[in-house]
Design a protein around this ligand. Structure first.
Ligand code: AMP
Ligand code: ZN
Ligand code: FE
Ligand code: FE
Length: 295
């Protein structure tokens, strides 16, 4: 049985392993296929793919894109988009600018709440300061003694409604599904009924996204209990969407998300790759030779 995990983060965003180390960990975990899906960036792809070639793990290039729909934050996984597609790069640039600009404001709010941290302390925890996020603020809070670990830092300071929480720019969800398709990639809803997304993404709204070009739903994810998984699987079948499963691994940054803890059925993966090939050809872009799924 081919073991496939389609969602993992490296230190290029808010995971804790460098891309090559992440891929080696995937090999040790017995995975055959691993998607690198750092937040809002493709920076880790080449390092991960080189490591994958060495250890025999097929690395699927992906991005977990921060989007918003009607004011709700929605994470959108994109697989195999052309990383040089101008429209995609422009959108990711805006998201990354928003991430950087948010840090001083968050730090100011936390200082007002009596915590002695500064921007440099946050950036020290981001291996790639381009993709700084709340988890790095959490690390700085832990270092400052304001929390025991990232989870507590989120609960006390960084979750919506807590003193250190601040919204940032995110791309429009439906627009982004089109941007990903035009870049020759496929879009999959990440943990649609996870912590913050549950009440918003109804079957009806998912149907509208499918009509806009959505290719799949991440059904098997730690944030989904068995009932949620059953219901989401039903929606996927009804809408002819691909069902994926993944760990959303963040290294030591997030417990309970070990590599391979959820996996994608090989037949579903094959369907996703077919759609990716169709999207790539439909976008008028070349099928890069080194991608093993091309025929
Ligand atoms: P940001 O995109 O910077 O707003 O931060 C969102 C990131 O924080 C996501 O990658 C989540 O995985 C992570 N995150 C959210 N809640 C928690 C939590 N309770 N513990 C650890 N990480 C979390
Ligand atoms: Zn993350
Ligand atoms: Fe996510
Ligand atoms: Fe994630």
């Amino acid at each position: 049985m081919v073991r496939i995990d389609l969602h993992a983060h490296s230190a290029v965003s808010d995971g804790t392993d460098a891309p090559a180390a992440l891929v080696r960990a995937a090999a040790r975990a017995g995975l055959d296929v691993l998607a690198l899906t750092d937040h809002d960036t493709t920076d880790g792809w080449s390092e991960a793919q080189a490591a994958g070639a060495e250890v025999g793990v097929r690395v699927v290039p992906g991005i977990e894109i921060s989007t918003r729909a009607d004011g709700h934050s929605v994470h959108l996984l994109a697989y195999y988009p052309d990383p040089t597609a101008e429209e995609l790069c422009d959108e990711l640039r805006r998201v990354l600018d928003g991430r950087r600009q948010r840090v001083p404001a968050m730090v100011a709010r936390l200082r007002a709440a009596g915590i002695a941290i500064d921007v440099d302390a946050v950036l020290r925890h981001a291996a790639n300061p381009e993709v700084v996020g709340r988890p790095h603020v959490a690390d700085a809070l832990v270092a400052a003694g304001a929390a025991q670990d990232r989870s507590e830092a989120f609960r006390r300071w960084l979750a919506p409604g807590r003193p250190g929480h601040l919204e940032r720019y995110a791309a429009d969800l439906t627009t982004m599904i089109g941007v990903v398709s035009r870049a020759g990639g496929v879009a999959v809803l990440a943990h649609p009924w996870g912590r913050t997304q549950a009440p918003y993404l109804t079957a009806e709204r998912i149907a509208a996204l499918a009509a806009a070009g959505l290719a799949g739903i991440e059904v098997d994810h730690e944030d989904h209990d068995p009932a949620a998984r059953r219901a989401l699987r039903g929606i996927a079948v009804q809408l002819d969407l691909v069902v994926t499963g993944s760990s959303d691994h963040h290294g030591t940054g997030k417990t309970g998300h070990a590599l391979g803890c959820n996996m994608t059925d090989p037949e579903e993966f094959a369907r996703l790759m077919d759609r990716a090939a169709t999207a790539r050809l439909g976008s008028g872009r070349e099928l890069p030779e080194e991608w093993s799924w091309t025929r």
